[in-house]
Design a protein around this ligand. Sequence first.
Ligand code: PEP
Ligand code: MG
Length: 768
Amino acid sequence: MNVIWFSELNKESIDVAGGKGASLGEMYNSGFPIPPGFAVTAQAFKSFLEKNNIKEKIFGLLKDLNVDNNSELQNVSKQIRDLVLGIEMPADIRNDIIEAYETLNVDKKLFEKAGKALDIIKAGRDPPYVAVRSSATAEDLPDASFAGQQETFLNVKGNNHLLESVKHCWASLYTARAIYYRVKNNFPHEKVLISVIVQKQIQSDKAGVIFSVNPVNNNENEILIEAGFGMGEAVVSGSITPDSYVLDKNSLKIKEKKLNKQEWMIVLDPNTKKNFKKTIEPGKQVLNDYEIKKLGELTKKIEDHYKAPQDIEYAIEGSRIYIVQSRPITTLKKVEAKEEVKEEEEKRDVLLKGLSASPGIASGTVKIVKDASELSKVHEGDILVATMTNPDYVPAMKKASAIVTDEGGLTSHAAIVSREMMIPAIVGTDKATELLKDGDIITVDGSKGEVYKGKIEIKEEKKEVYHIEDGAETITRIKAIMDIPDMAKRIAELDVDGVGLVRLEIMIAEGGVHPSKYIRDNRHEEYIELLVNGIRKIAEAFKGKPVWIRTSDLRTDEYRNLEGGDEEEHETDPMLGNHGIRRSLKEEGILRCEFKALKKLQDEGYNNLGLMIPFVINIDEVRKAKEIFKEEGLTIQFGVMIETPASCWIIEDICKEGVDFVSFGTNDLTQLTLGVDRNNDEIAYLFNELHPAVKGEMKKVIDICKKNKVETSICGQSGSKPEMAEFLVMAGIDSISVNPDAIGNIREVVARTEKKLLLDFARREAGG
Ligand code: PEP
Ligand code: MG
């Protein structure tokens, strides 16, 4: 049986139609308004593999694959997908799909009665638009949902388009991420199959998402409905801000309405059959109160049916409401209802406020650290309070349960390091060292930027509103920013594609000696060993994935407490002074040691390393650094950080000079473009990486790099901001580096943005 209708499926049908198909069948037969459709069965896919004898080839390729070798994994994945796409679909499967597709347009009852007259009815109708979605199955295995099998095609029309889309869904069973996931979770490839759901596409006037439990406060007595005009994808992909309505689940009374000014919607023109963005008058409520209540009723019924909180996609065409999908919400954490949280909040005694630099909550004993000589005061679980931290403070920061500083903005040392170590931090409080005393017990809420008196139990609110069904797959690679070698193993376990920035300064601080001092005292080997040992830990944890190391970027005011640091010159403005590649070229001994450390690791077989140079303003700097790089025998990737406006203006020359990649350092780029000191909390409100001037520079650089086939990336703090990630994906960046705690969230933003780009592309292709 190659094709099976929703009416013949139920929740037990996973091995035939996958999880999605089984759920749609179950809802269809329970009387929920599901758009009609059918599944191309998992068995059809199996017989496709068998009839064409490609099964042996696929499993042969997968048999000895080392999934930890990224290029091998990518290569095998591509070979298999090409194989699946390149082979013609057997005639019986093709005919069954086309037959079912043509029938989809015909009323089911009429179909049963029509007999031979069916051909006449079919011939007279325009082929319908359908949505084509993958639905994974796994024989004998309890959980069939795998990462990376979310291939979906919308507005598919016509036999060829449909058959091609089905094959693309089949091929998506062998994306690199899906293969990797199966191997790591011990799912035999042979046991996993894929069904493809073909469902009538609703041309919605309004659409959106419903959460049967309000995910904002996890209140089980509330339903949250989001709605936008036009096709649902605009809401699901996050490209418009929808209206949101909160309902009381028992009475279905509307408790809250938030109307957003939607200015355009995506619709299909019935005459031209093309999609287009239609301008609409902003300010209108999307759903009328009747529709809100109807959706509330349906939601309650669906939740009752499944006996679990659901996340539901719906669409309204004319006056008809359809349910497009329903799945359990898996990420809800139970917390107190809103009212109770409020009461608790009132009890808090706020001592200080500042910028929330790193999220999380911790209580502990205050330890005021005036300078590095007092660092030994800090014990495991204490709260480190300082004017500002610097790299010397890192060993103590590792022990602290939270960090509070007087000074600093969101890209200051304390902010960056605490985010990487995933400990709560508040910076820019002005007077923490003055107001707090050693031994005080306090609670730090890093998410709110508030310090409370005493030890307070605060339940953390759930961060993600949307849950990711299977772990989003993205084409844009998401990498980590990390500087502390001992964190590498932990960070490598996250869903991350490599490391986009390793700052050597943290390793140097742990070594306790200023790099210039090593050179002055002829202790080159010691410096090299320190770097080799630190970098090796990261390279090892991320084997098979790229790890980009930046040459040291020491500012003269940050390293005074290291041995020999007191000999650093006093500059009027260290931010604009002797640091980055300009310093490395002046003190070539330091640079050569750093290159020698990488050469040692290159010789040990670590082929995943890359190198980049900071604070470039002249092409000569690139040329000179490259020469030394070659002289030291390095053959790893060579890159340049783009973090000065000058480097943006000479980007064409940088590309021509021969670099493998560039990476935006937006902390400096923003500082220098806007003339706003990144560490000055007085003007932190002006520090805006999304300023059109900064974005304009970045777009220009990406365009020129693309033309010259130079890879682009970002390693400044702003890559962790959803708005920046969205902008960069749209601009065509190859990878984004983020703080470890932002990996999941940014991957989801990127996945949604890519989906939107693909949709726009598909629509343009379809003539929209
Ligand atoms: C940057 O400037 O964005 C960057 C990544 O480098 P740093 O923060 O170390 O100056
Ligand atoms: Mg920088």
